[in-house]
Design a binder for this molecule. Structure first.
Ligand SMILES: Nc1nc2c(ncn2[C@@H]2O[C@H](COP(=O)(O)OP(=O)(O)OP(=O)(O)O)[C@@H](O)[C@H]2O)c(=O)[nH]1
Length: 534
């Protein structure tokens, strides 16, 4: 049968594969788990930080506006005293502008909406009448912050105002501070520094969802719609939310309202920046893990080779096993329990197998009924004799009237008789005689180094012993024997056996229960038998 060897992974390759997959999976799952945990923590921290920062900025803005209000109140009191002195008002506004650095511009507007003083004077606003849309402070006659508007000088600004009353309580007008929303402004300095984090930024909307501060100055003045954080903060809430901004970017936004103005402050960070930061962090983690993973890989690989080695050697030794030589298996080093077990199992099964083969071999050469040698064993024995060329005599022995025993007592009794005869033959044979059952009720006994005369007397002794042996039937059993010698009777062993057979039939013909010797041939007559005798 042709054996087709299919390619298969060996144990070393399997261990290698398993270790590689194990390490890759372990590193991957550790990185993924760490990534998820960090991502959640990052998002929560960012939301918390942005909310805290928005609250802080709202508080700072409140304080800033209060401080502006206080400054305007002081100046309003001073201006009320000198309301008719245009120069004095100019001086006061100039002082406020330069000393406090809180405003980008300052104007005093009388009850008729006319600008009676303005700083810096370069704006050239003095004498102008402001738009009726800006007359709310005149109607309210109390502190008020005007919503962002474009000033007559063309600047987008927010404007805190404070009313000016004369000592008798007559409303004279109001002082308005201008805080520019575009360019390098005071609001920029207040909101644009010290972010919640490097990647966060702040923007501020007024109550009409109009950007009044943004890091991208060009967007100031823009109206923002559909922003969850803006909607929440303008409804007076503070908090944090992960939501898409107006430009479709996923943002982590913290927000807080400035209650006095109705503004909303939002501090936010793009989610993608967190992902990028996490990616960078985990790439670094991966690089830091790689040497350890490599070390584990190498150690496990070595262990894998050590584990595979006894098994590989056992397999090689078993495949090159020679009958009866189990030493190579016994000497295979097996340093761990399973390999040692396998080695013992192979040794045991090899020994058992060897024993069974030996038994089979014995059975092959043995007559199953009488346990005497069979014809195959006889042939092997004769081959050996031929090669050694030592003389022997052979007895051909046949049970007399065995058919009648079978017929009379049954086949089973016939078998018992055959076994009993075999026992007598073995008992009478010497250790180096070769007794075999050559057929049904026929036997051959080879006697090395025994000449014809001695063979005759041995045969007679055996014949008498058989006839006297108690058989499992009511009458004695006898045998007839023919004798021949090799090479005394013939050069050919086959011929010698035939001559013994012939002598046997002579004994039968002479009336059975007797021994006959083969006749010497001319060749045999010249043969010096004594030369070979013991
Ligand atoms: N019980 C039993 N009988 C066997 C066995 N082998 C052969 N026989 C019988 O042995 C008998 C041999 O008969 P024959 O060849 O006629 O010889 P015989 O009856 O012994 O007569 P002679 O040899 O002429 O004395 C046959 O009946 C065979 O069936 C066996 O293994 N067991």
């Amino acid at each position: 049968m042709k054996i087709i060897r299919r390619w298969k992974l060996d144990l070393k390759q399997l261990i290698l594969l398993l270790v590689s997959a194990g390490i890759a999976l372990a590193v991957y799952s550790a990185l993924m788990a760490s990534y998820r945990v960090h991502e959640r923590a990052f998002i929560k921290d960012t939301l918390d930080a942005n909310q805290a920062y928005a609250k802080k900025l709202a508080t700072v803005t409140e304080l800033f506006l209060q401080s502006l209000n206080s400054q305007l109140r002081v100046s309003a009191g001073h201006i009320a005293i000198h309301f008719d002195d245009s120069h004095a008002i100019d001086v006061e506004l100039a002082r406020l502008l330069t000393q406090t650095n809180s405003f980008d511009s300052l104007v005093v507007i009388n009850a008729q909406r006319k600008i009676i003083s303005a700083q810096p004077s370069s704006l050239a606003l003095k004498g102008l009448t402001v738009d009726p849309s800006l007359s709310l402070p005149i109607e309210l006659q109390q502190p008020h912050i005007l919503d962002p508007f474009v000033s007559p000088a063309g600047n987008l600004l927010v404007s805190p105002t404070f009313p000016i009353f004369s000592s008798d309580g007559t409303y004279l007008g109001f002082i308005a501070g201008g805080i520019y929303l575009q360019g390098d402004t005071i609001l920029n300095q207040l909101l644009g520094t010290h972010h919640a984090s490097e990647h966060s930024y702040v923007y501020v909307v007024d109550k009409n969802k109009r950007l009044i501060y943004h890091k991208d100055n060009n967007r100031v003045g823009e109206h923002i719609q559909g922003n969850v954080a803006i909607n929440a903060v303008l409804s007076g809430q503070s908090g944090a939310v992960e939501a898409l901004n107006s430009q479709g970017v996923d943002m982590l936004a913290g927000f807080a309202p400035v209650s006095t103005t109705g503004w909303g402050i939002i501090s936010q960070r793009a989610l993608t920046s967190i992902v990028a930061e996490l990616d960078l962090t985990h790439t670094n983690v991966l690089y830091s893990t790689l040497p350890f993973a490599l070390a584990i890989f190498v150690v496990t690989l070595c262990a894998g080779f050590l584990i595979a080695r006894p098994l590989t050697q056992l397999a090689q030794n078993v495949s090159s096993l020679s009958p009866g030589n189990l030493r190579c298996i016994d000497e295979t080093p097996a340093w761990y329990f399973e390999a040692e077990n396998l080695k013992s199992a192979i040794l045991n099964s090899s020994e058992l197998l060897g024993q069974e083969i030996r038994e089979l071999e014995e059975d092959r050469k043995m007559d199953p009924l009488t346990k005497l040698n069979n014809r195959l064993a006889m042939q092997l024995w004769l081959d050996n004799v031929k090669s050694m060329h030592y003389q022997f005599s052979v007895m051909a022995l046949d049970v007399d009237h065995f058919k009648s025993i079978n017929d009379e007592f049954g086949h089973a009794v016939g078998d018992e008789v055959l076994c009993a005869l075999a026992g007598v033959m073995k008992k009478n044979a010497r250790s180096h005689d070769f007794v075999c059952r050559s057929g049904g009720e026929e036997f051959l006994i080879f006697m090395p180094f025994v000449d014809a005369n001695r063979a005759f007397s041995i045969a007679e002794r055996l014949r008498i012993a058989i006839s006297e042996h108690a058989m499992p039937l009511s009458r004695p059993v006898t045998v007839s024997i023919g004798i021949a010698c090799w090479p005394a009777h013939s050069k050919s062993i086959d011929e010698t056996l035939k001559m013994a057979d012939k002598a046997l039939y002579q004994a039968k013909n002479k009336g059975r229960n007797q021994t006959c010797q083969a006749q010497l041939t001319p060749h045999a007559a010249n043969h010096d038998v004594a030369r070979h005798a013991v």
